[in-house]
Ligand binder design. Sequence first.
Ligand code: ADP
Ligand code: MG
Length: 262
Amino acid sequence: MEKEQGLKLSGISKSFARTDTNEITHALSNVNLNIKNGEFISIVGPSGCGKSTILRMIAGLIAPTTGEITLNGEIVEGTSANRGMAFQKPTLFPWLTVEDNISFGLRMQNKMHDKSDVDRMIEMIGLSDFKKSYPHQLSGGMAQRVSLVRTMINKPEVFLLDEPLGALDAFTRMNMQDELINMWKEDGNIMIMVTHDVDEAIYMGNRVLVMAPRPGRVVDDIQIELEYPRNRNSKKFLQYRTKIMEMLDFGKSETEAESEVC
Ligand code: ADP
Ligand code: MG
């Protein structure tokens, strides 16, 4: 029998036991997803609805409480270079230069035969003058860009992005969006990106998942039927935006009195 292709989440739930109060947080309940190879999934939803938890489980950083995750028919267990994650806050080695931070993954995998990729990435993020600099010499936005391409350069089969563009100014952010889309089109990998920005979700994803909290779950799964590159002002784009905003507002009124925790 042929192995099942793509990424599959079946009956996934995740609970956390709180050590201070002995309460259980039901972070996610019964999440079922089929993601085909080559899909770009955007995830939006209020704080605390389990977006990061989904990514961390797919990355293999934490295990689901119930259910199973498979990638091309193989159960996902533990981390792997095939599944790369870029975090909201930069994760860089302070003792390595920009250049060495970016090439770290390639060196670990003995893939350093082509250093031009590293230079291309550094140029793409506009840091050619900073390649010998250390993380503490960079601004927050610069460090964030280095952190992103550090995962990007490994070309993971599944690229998990947890609000990776949040710290960037609008102009840089739009450039990075296009670079990520280019990379995805070239490599045909699975992209799963969490974002607070509904426009970004629609601009990038071929599917947008809308989540709601308590318990965290997927409440809508919207196919974005627009050609790339997308026009953020087209009528259809704005219709998708209205629809998703309404879904998010609906989720909010359910939990209005509760405070927002990030
Ligand atoms: P989001 O990324 O959508 O903001 P998270 O996935 O970070 O949400 O968290 C979902 C829920 O699970 C929240 O209520 C959060 O407090 C809880 N949670 C996440 N990680 C842990 C943990 N390690 N221990 C206890 N609770 C956690
Ligand atoms: Mg999060």
